[in-house]
Ligand binder design. Sequence first.
Ligand code: PMP
Length: 390
Amino acid sequence: MKIIFEPARRVKELPPYLFLEIDRAKRAAREKGADIIDFGIGDPDQPTPSFVVEAFDRAVKDPSTHRYPLDSGRREFREAVAAWYLERFLVKLDPDTEILPLIGSKEGLTHLPLAFVNPGDKALVPDPAYPAYARAVGFAGGKPVAYALREELRFLPDWTELMKARHAGTKLMYFNYPNNPTGAVAGPDTFDKAVRFGKKHRILMCHDNAYSEVYFGHEKPASFLQSDGAKSVGLEFHSLSKTFNMTGWRLGFACGNADAIAALAKVKSNIDSGVFSAIQLAGADALKRTAEFTSKTNAMYVKRRNVLIAGLKSLGWNVTAPEATFYVWCRLPKGHTSSIAFSKHLLEKAAIVCTPGVGFGKFGEGYARFTLTVPEDRIKMAIERLKKVL
Ligand code: PMP
């Protein structure tokens, strides 16, 4: 007799994870022999640089890395983060109280509500957005409240509207620049406003800076912590995943407000036991060579971006080139309104995968996202295929 174990409401009530559904459709098409060009998920196609793999190789042979990592992580990693932050953003961080290693930034971003959101509390989440923020708020029993990112405002938060609204019971606000999925970049003005907003409404401001090192312009993306007073109201989350092609390794960190770092560390110490020390040591070495490595990868992404944008434009599709992130966020071409129907159309007729905008929230409807994690020759091939179906 089969026993049915009823999943908890928090699991049963989850909306279907669109990316898994796309993956299923993609696999089914592949099994039928289709040569899929995948602009779907944002996972770098290039390997982790050999200097990081070699640093890991040395670290893993050191038996001190084989034991439980401490909650606060390896000092070498926290010191490397502090040194990188100072050089990159001119922001001083205390490696003992203001930096916490994470098992990828997703882990910290999603555990944070357990530290600050009581059942029934609210948290502001962008729409469109990386879906993990809203899910995590729900897991903690909180209510995600979406705020729209509109093209007219260059996909920045509408601070005027947010400032005016009432936010009783709101504990957290997530924001993310350079932004997934829109590719939008925010300047110091946005982060100054975020500090003012957090102070006025006593809301912990959580800035996701996972794409800080994937940029194409002369100006490097800023850190929220560069704004005066940011440490008194918020945290910033970083990831080594995109910067060093290390998505599989799971390494990131949170930094900023010491009380928030301590609360997050407390949650984590009751759930996981930290990041494998050898990975932290490899990460410390990686951070020391950030600029040298990212100048090469960013040059590669910019070439791909230019090929994709020029190709789409040649098909009469009016798309804007992103200045950062490896995402091209475009309004659907004329004659298409449903992003899911459009993505299905591309998969069925051209064996091309893109992500429907609605997967990032209702304000994402009418858009599609293409990632630049596809080699140039495959991008060119995709354009040829698109010529026949658009
Ligand atoms: N934030 C954003 C906006 C992302 O797109 C991602 C990954 N796609 C993450 C955080 C998580 O990255 P990781 O857990 O690998 O550090």
